[in-house]
Design a protein around this ligand. Structure first.
Ligand SMILES: Nc1ncnc2c1ncn2[C@@H]1O[C@H](COP(=O)(O)OP(=O)(O)O)[C@@H](O)[C@H]1O
Ligand SMILES: [Mg+2]
Length: 376
């Protein structure tokens, strides 16, 4: 048996998702164990501040990179301890790391993930693969999204035109046409939960998120505000495209709200309008790029927000809005499983990006390999 570990911590900063998968053939793979390990408070605050302010002393930056590497390694060791496996059973870890900056549309484009892989390899004694995004960007790609190749391998079928929607801090879609002749597309649609969490937290003493969208559902969508939010140029930008929390954050919203002071909005109306922003941008992109799809499978934490899921179903009345559980993989683990699979690709010297998705000039092997101590 070959086992891989995948580690993901997305823009929501809710915790470190760790999965262990058993690789059967290339794909499908079987989920053996999975857990989300919440960040220790100071580490979370440090990361949040770095991402939102984009300001940090180099000393602080280096320390955060190491501290996160240690937190990831600890999470991995804890998950392994819940199984009968040991480090020697695991072929490799694919660690996405925490994105602290993503700048795909620059002459010197880069994407910066921290969570030092040297620390992870040393503290787990397992070969660790990290820095998955950069190689694609060197080839002119967005470096994102990288999950569509995994979605394609696991979820594409000749029976149905499908779309996979990952609603994490940022939302991204993968179109999976029933005909393999048609190109698989994938891109970030814009905000997912990050703005919802930030606005909710500001009005609820720092609580993490609006459980089930209850607060949002107590408000009313304000169409004027929604129209202004939808005017952002990102939504009109052609694909390939990707974005991050350093763009869609609370300052972005505050700036717009300043212009809407005359609307006298209630905070819960703003929350309802933000849910609508997430839903409308996802739905518009599905209609634009995958109008022939009949089923939408949602993954990421947004799949648990029943208010958001209902709104998405209303916005796409002719399609079934479901979660990836219907396809055999719970919404919480899809991304981490993708990075376990990407690690297996890298170790086999196979490519992990889809050039039609990222815009890279060719498919390439992704990431850097930090070998375990036992490497011969
Ligand atoms: N029961 C729930 N109700 C509402 N929102 C939820 C629920 N469960 C999870 N979420 C949302 O999902 C987010 C985490 O999603 P996740 O896919 O882990 O995002 P990321 O990839 O950015 O870390 C939370 O911050 C929260 O906004
Ligand atoms: Mg998460």
């Amino acid at each position: 048996m070959t086992y891989y570990i995948g580690v993901m911590s997305g823009t929501s900063l809710d915790g470190i998702d760790v999965v262990i998968i058993e690789q059967q053939t290339a794909i499908p793979s079987k989920l053996i164990a999975a857990q989300t390990y919440p960040f220790e408070v100071n580490l979370r605050l440090g990361l949040q501040q770095l991402i939102e302010t984009q300001q940090c002393e180099l000393k602080r930056f280096g320390e955060l990179d190491i501290a996160l590497g240690k937190a990831i390694a600890t999470a991995i060791n804890k998950l392994i301890a819940t199984t009968t496996l040991t480090a020697t059973d695991i072929a490799a870890i694919g660690s996405h790391g925490q994105t602290v900056f993503h700048l795909p549309d620059s002459q010197n484009a880069f994407s910066l993930q921290i969570g030092n892989p040297n620390v992870i390899a040393e503290f787990t004694n397992i070969t660790t693969i990290a820095d998955f995004r950069q190689r694609d960007m060197v080839l002119g790609g967005q470096g994102a999204p990288l999950v569509p190749a995994f979605h394609q391998g696991l979820f594409q079928t000749a029976e149905q035109n499908r779309v996979i929607v990952n609603i994490g801090g940022i939302s991204n879609v993968t179109t999976l046409p029933s005909s393999t002749e048609q190109t698989v597309l994938g891109f970030d649609t814009g905000p997912g939960n990050a703005l919802l969490d930030a606005w909710f937290s500001r009005h609820h003493d720092g609580q993490a998120y609006d459980y089930d969208g209850l607060w949002a559902s107590s408000g009313n969508v304000n169409q004027q505000l929604l129209n202004i939010l939808l005017e952002d140029s990102y939504f009109k930008q052609a694909i390939p495209k990707s974005t991050g929390r350093e763009y869609f954050h609370l300052n972005w919203l505050d700036h717009i709200l300043e212009k809407c002071a005359h609307l006298a909005l209630l905070p819960q109306d703003i929350q309802a309008s933000l849910v609508s922003l997430t839903v409308q941008t996802i739905a518009a992109d599905i209609q634009r790029y995958a109008d022939n799809s009949t089923a939408i499978y949602v993954c990421g934490g947004g799949a648990h927000n029943s208010y958001l899921m209902q709104q998405l179903q209303q916005a796409l009345p002719n399609k079934a809005v479901l979660t990836t559980s219907e396809l055999g993989l719970a919404p919480d683990w899809v991304e981490a499983c993708a990075f376990a699979w990407l690690a297996s690709q890298t170790l086999a010297n196979k490519s992990g990006n889809l050039p039609a998705v990222t815009g890279a000039s060719k498919a390439t092997v992704l990431g850097g390999i930090y070998s375990s101590n036992d490497a011969s």
